[in-house]
Write a protein that binds this ligand. Structure first.
Ligand SMILES: CC(=O)N[C@H]1[C@@H](OP(=O)(O)OP(=O)(O)OC[C@H]2O[C@@H](n3ccc(=O)[nH]c3=O)[C@H](O)[C@@H]2O)O[C@H](CO)[C@@H](O)[C@@H]1O[C@H](C)C(=O)N[C@@H](C)C(=O)N[C@H](CCC(=O)O)C(=O)O
Ligand SMILES: Nc1ncnc2c1ncn2[C@@H]1O[C@H](COP(=O)(O)OP(=O)(O)OP(=O)(O)O)[C@@H](O)[C@H]1O
Ligand SMILES: N[C@H](CCC[C@H](N)C(=O)O)C(=O)O
Ligand SMILES: [Mg+2]
Length: 477
């Protein structure tokens, strides 16, 4: 592609690069640059892409997009390289997002689950759907592995192009707060954006809850229509900040556009009556927990905003299946139950343990750790909530990354020190799981929290294979 085609509608401050040069590929990591590529230099948190311009040129880069030009380098200078990257990516692939209905979900918890529900309902209605999120990306049934919840803009447009070419009409994606702040989703024309909830997470990155909320609110300045959880404490501010018309949902607030009443919470799912614009429908979702009602409402809100009739959406919801690693039952053939869940924030832990408490006949045993190189202040909070809600806690590791595992555990224990809930600390997670199984009692529900779908433990930048399903199976073998 010619450089000028890639730069169409990009706000260029000045340029020393010839506009008609041929560009082979676009790279934002110098380590991937090959002869003829365009290197986009991004100022990051860990390092600055501008430092690698010389290296990129040595590797054969044809030109550089940057915020500050270097002597003798064919450079296109822009105000913001991340925004330029997103625009270049859209140009590179022929604006694939514009030919599909783009749907985005933001919020601290419930994004992954909601996206799968929306995909299921749209497929039931006969559409081919692409999905982008934490567990994996999907083009219909085709699975594409992922590293991020919301990939970098260039990867996003690469995926959109594949989805478009495969005949997708709709894309449902998780929109993380990081992606909104870091312009990964810049320029995506979201037909509907939805907000699940706001509770503590990622303060390492956003610093304050208000900054975190504002990051999420950005989705409603790039969406045509919004769906907002009126039961969340941040709802009022989210509605006030929104630049698009928003519908609201609630469990019990009649002023909401979509309201759930007559909630029934069962061990294997939830049931409720949904009311929208004078219509009523019975909704069943085979995923347990009060939060499943919220996720169902978020998903219903999205398809209602697209014009799907409530009755059709409700009917479809009943045949949705659970999502890997979200309240997933591990088969054990014993008189107790093992669940794998992705709760990794104070609210997530509270929600899943309350849900389990609601149907447990015996003890609730919580096994968990906290991620390294992530929000430290959530650790004692998760510890306290687990100690308050569980009958027994096993504290262990969850992706220590570059931190000392025992130091992370000490942060968690700080929040548990006033509790008399019995507990066991075992740093090695597989060992901790085996210990929990060896000490299980009849009717216990052992909740393995934090890893969800993940099949690795990340230590010092290396992902070591670790699948909790296999660890449980090994124990019984
Ligand atoms: C805080 C954050 O999100 N950082 C992301 C950001 O990194 P950064 O801007 O700090 O980049 P950097 O490492 O300083 O490097 C700056 C630039 O120099 C380039 N570089 C670097 C080294 C080199 O030799 N040559 C070179 O060109 C890098 O490619 C980059 O373009 O941009 C990078 C490129 O896209 C991302 O890989 C990186 O994600 C990091 C690894 C990360 O862990 N992100 C997590 C926290 C994240 O994004 N999580 C959210 C939410 C999760 C959820 O709740 O579900 C997600 O959406 O996944
Ligand atoms: N609506 C909800 N409110 C609170 N907690 C929830 C909700 N939905 C799910 N959870 C809990 O949070 C965990 C994570 O859910 P899910 O993966 O759907 O959220 P997410 O927003 O995609 O998370 P991430 O930010 O890591 O991508 C679940 O395993 C469950 O314990
Ligand atoms: N996507 C989130 C979830 C991480 C889940 C947990 N396993 C952890 O490592 O903290 C993050 O990167 O913060
Ligand atoms: Mg997710």
């Amino acid at each position: 592609m010619k450089l000028q085609e890639l730069l169409k509608n990009v706000a260029v401050k000045n340029s020393t690069a010839a506009q008609d040069i041929d560009i082979k590929e676009v790279r934002y990591d110098s380590r991937a640059v090959q002869p003829g590529d365009l290197f986009v230099a991004i100022r990051g948190y860990a390092t600055d892409g501008h430092k690698y311009i010389v290296k990129a040129m040595e590797q054969g880069a044809a030109a550089v997009v940057c915020e500050e030009a270097s002597e003798g380098v064919p450079a296109v200078v822009v105000e913001n390289s991340r925004i330029a990257l997103a625009e270049i990516a859209a140009n590179r692939f022929g604006h694939p997002a514009e030919s599909m209905v783009m749907l985005g979900v933001t919020g601290t918890n419930g994004k992954t689950t909601t996206t799968y529900l929306v995909k299921h309902m749209l497929e039931d209605a006969g559409h081919k759907v692409g999905l982008i999120g934490t567990n994996q990306n999907l083009i219909g049934d085709e699975v594409i592995e992922t590293e991020r919840t919301t990939p970098e803009s260039y990867e996003l447009h690469t995926l959109f192009a594949r989805m478009r070419d495969a005949g997708c009409t709709h894309v449902i994606m998780e929109v993380s707060s990081h992606s909104l702040v870091l312009d990964r989703v810049h320029g995506i024309p979201f037909a509907v954006g939805a907000f699940t909830n706001l509770t503590q997470d990622h303060l390492d990155f956003h610093k304050t809850m208000e900054e975190y909320r504002k990051a999420k609110a950005l989705l409603f300045s790039i969406s045509k229509k919004g769906v907002i959880n009126l039961d969340d404490a941040a709802a009022e501010k989210m509605l006030a900040d929104a630049k698009c018309p928003c519908m609201t949902f609630s469990c019990g607030k009649p002023e909401a556009d979509l309201e759930a009443t007559d909630l029934q919470l069962h061990a294997d799912g939830v049931e409720f009556t949904a009311q929208y614009q004078g219509e009523k429908a019975d909704v069943k979702l085979p995923i347990p927990g009060h939060f499943s009602v919220e996720n169902a409402l978020t998903a219903l809100g999205i398809v209602l905003q697209l014009g799907m009739p409530l009755a059709a959406a409700a009917k479809s919801m009943a045949t949705a299946t659970g999502v890997k690693g979200r309240v997933e039952v591990v088969p054990t053939d014993t008189d107790y139950t093992v669940l794998i869940d992705y709760a990794h924030s104070p609210d997530g832990v509270e929600n899943v343990l309350k849900a389990v408490r609601g149907f447990a006949k015996g003890r609730v045993v919580a096994l968990f750790g906290c991620g390294g190189d992530r929000d430290r202040t959530k650790r004692p909070k998760m510890g306290k909530i687990a100690a308050d809600l569980a009958d027994f806690c096993v504290v262990t590791s969850d992706n220590p990354r570059t931190e000392e595992p025992k130091a992370i555990i000490d942060d968690i224990l700080e929040g548990m020190k006033d509790s008399d809930t019995p507990m066991q600390v075992i740093v090695d997670r597989p060992e901790a799981i085996h210990w929990a199984l060896a000490h299980a009692q009849k009717d216990d529900i052992i909740v393995l929290m934090g890893k969800g779908h993940e099949t690795y433990q990340e230590v010092n930048h290396v992902k070591h294979h670790m699948d909790e399903r296999e660890i449980v199976a090994e124990y019984f073998a």
